[in-house]
Design a protein around this ligand. Structure first.
Ligand code: PAF
Length: 286
């Protein structure tokens, strides 16, 4: 049976108030729909640690950088509800746009500083403000105890964690492992827009990342590894590689070597689809 779909904040609040009266905990999985196995794994993680689970579906206009990207974003609500049917999700909140941004809406939540100044920040101006704003609203509207996000959007995970902490929103942000295709490609709703040929080529991104990460962990210097990876990606049919960075896992500071917990994060274009991914880089043995 599919979970009930609510579209009005007042209905959502009535439901969560009932749960609270019974002393039940609430887990939240915020999504923009076009659900894939990665989202479903978040719902499963939520179900495993909370009494009640809310999945939200809202294609948030404030976080898109171009009208075309917003327009082309896949919208598959009925399929999404089917996919969630067997996971024990208690309700799907698909807010009408005015429930998030009512007439005259004027507030922006902006996380500043070093975690938003790099990588996605400069390439997608305003994107993280859009994410922080809508996620703050979803945290407050659902009053969830825990919220589950994929590590695929590693920088986003850091931004929403910082936002909740800075605003004293009483919620635990839980980061969950990236779910991948057999080829290694990170699952993403945007993969739906790749042709079969592009989908096959796109696997080169994660392969190049794994190779560079393994060599960096073995002590090879970073700059030539990055250059070699960029060359491989160009040969595999990728267009612009916006970044292919070795960074501190905790602060996102650029690193020359994984001398402390590190991640390799990348963004690259396959045709007109922008793909991102990140992986852990094992620390150098001292
Ligand atoms: O990761 C996403 O799908 C979105 O950025 C999120 C967190 C649902 C906010 O719109």
């Amino acid at each position: 049976m599919t979970a009930p779909i609510l579209r009005r904040l007042s209905d959502l609040r009535a439901k969560t108030a009932d749960w609270r009266r019974n002393g039940e905990t609430i887990g939240l999985v915020p999504t923009m729909g076009a659900l894939h196995a990665g989202h479903l794994s978040l719902a499963e993680a939520a179900k495993a640690s909370c009494d009640r689970v809310i999945v939200t579906i809202f294609v948030n206009p404030k976080q898109f950088n171009t009208p075309e990207d917003l327009e082309n974003y896949p919208r598959t609500e009925a399929d999404d509800a089917q996919k969630l049917a067997h996971l024990g999700v208690d309700l799907i909140y698909v807010p009408d746009p005015d429930q998030i941004y009512p007439d005259g809406y004027a507030t922006n939540v902006s996380v500043g500083g070093s975690i938003t100044d790099v990588m996605e920040g400069p390439f997608r101006p305003g994107h993280f403000d859009g994410v922080a704003t809508v996620v703050a609203k979803l945290f407050l509207q659902t009053s969830a105890d825990k919220a589950f996000f994929g590590q695929k959007d590693y920088q986003q995970l850091m931004v929403v964690t910082r936002m909740a902490r800075d605003l004293d929103i009483p919620i635990e942000v839980v980061g969950c492992e990236t779910v991948r295709e057999a080829s290694g490609l990170a699952m993403s709703s945007r993969n739906l827009r790749l042709s079969a040929d592009q989908l096959a080529r796109a696997a080169a991104l994660n392969a190049a990342m794994r190779e560079a990460a393994a060599k960096a962990s073995a002590g090879e210097p970073w700059a030539p590894l990055e250059a070699a990876a960029r060359k491989t990606l160009a040969e595999s049919g990728f267009g612009d590689v916006e970044y292919f960075d070795l960074r501190c896992a905790g602060t996102l500071e650029a690193l020359e070597a994984p001398a402390r917990p590190a991640r390799l994060l990348a963004a690259a274009w396959m045709g007109n689809i922008r793909l991102i991914d990140n992986i852990e880089v094992l620390q150098l043995k001292s």
